[in-house]
Design a protein around this ligand. Structure first.
Ligand code: GLN
Length: 279
């Protein structure tokens, strides 16, 4: 079978299985299975796909047909221009989360200390360390060992220096910080069942389920965050599109000032940011 035939065959298989974005995913899997660049593929459409690559391609297509996310199959997900390693047990970085990065980058100054709770793959913390000024000090925490393993591997791979600590939110965190970030689980428990198969069947529930009203982690984080922030320090939290006013009120009632809801590129509420106790 030629590359061209393999591509149209694979696209058809994914489409039939109801996989969203079948064309894109078939191409990505063909490139992955054959180890080719997109430019080389374009020049090789008429060539025969080697047997081993074909076998691998079919195997990967089967995995995608079961709705396993493309990022778990390939083992990486792009975030803010870099590839992060991901695997089952770790939330796949989302494009939406880049809103949080854009929101806090302007506040970073050399030598600041950053704490990223619910760090998952480490994508928020590591991106800030790599994009921000010199001398930032970063700590990431997560309750999941699988997440910490993945975050540490990402730090190594991306040549970033950060400490990763196993902790249930602030439980094992000491000291105070200039910035706290988090993308905590925020989906209402009753909504989980209606998420895409890729999310509900493959991604870790502990990274998604935010309790009955979706706000439990914001309450817990904001109750304790003040005692881990220096005066004038900031907190920036990712939120769901309908949680802006609730999270802003919790933030204000816990003593934060200048609480503001920020929108993502789709115009939806995506982050809340606030300042601790400045004079
Ligand atoms: N944004 C994720 C989703 O829509 C949810 C991430 C989270 O709960 N923190 O699947």
């Amino acid at each position: 079978m030629t590359f061209k035939e393999a591509l149209s065959e694979g696209t058809g298989m994914l489409r039939k299985a109801g996989v969203p974005g079948a064309d894109y995913d078939a191409r990505a899997l063909l490139l992955f299975a054959s180890g080719m660049s997109i430019e080389k593929l374009a020049a090789s459409y008429g060539a025969e796909l080697p047997g081993a690559a074909m076998k691998q391609y079919l195997h990967l297509l089967q995995r995608r047909m079961s709705r396993e996310p493309l990022q778990y199959i390939m083992g990486t997900a792009p975030f803010y221009g870099r590839d992060f390693l991901v695997q089952r047990g770790v939330l796949i970085p989302r494009f939406d989360t880049e809103t949080l990065i854009e929101a806090v980058l302007p506040y970073l100054k050399p030598m600041m200390r950053i704490l990223d709770l619910c760090t998952g793959s480490g994508c928020i913390l590591l991106t800030l360390l790599l994009e921000g000024p010199e001398g930032l000090e970063g700590t990431g925490s997560d309750i999941s060992e699988e997440a910490l393993y993945c975050a540490r591997k990402n730090a190594e791979q991306l040549h970033a220096e950060a400490a990763f600590v196993k902790s249930d939110l602030f439980e094992s965190i000491e000291g105070s910080f200039d910035l706290i970030t988090a993308n905590p689980p925020y989906i209402r428990s009753s909504v989980i069942g209606s998420l895409e198969a890729e999310v509900k069947e493959f991604e870790p529930l502990t990274a998604l389920d935010g309790s009955e009203d979706g706000l439990e982690f914001y309450r817990r984080i904001l109750r304790e965050a003040g005692s881990h922030l220096r005066d004038g320090g900031r907190i920036a939290l990712e939120i769901g599109f309908d949680q802006g006013s609730d999270v802003k009120s919790i933030m204000e009632s816990e003593g934060f000032r200048d609480a503001a809801v920020l929108k993502d590129l789709a115009g939806l509420d995506r982050a809340v940011i606030g300042v601790w106790n400045y004079v």
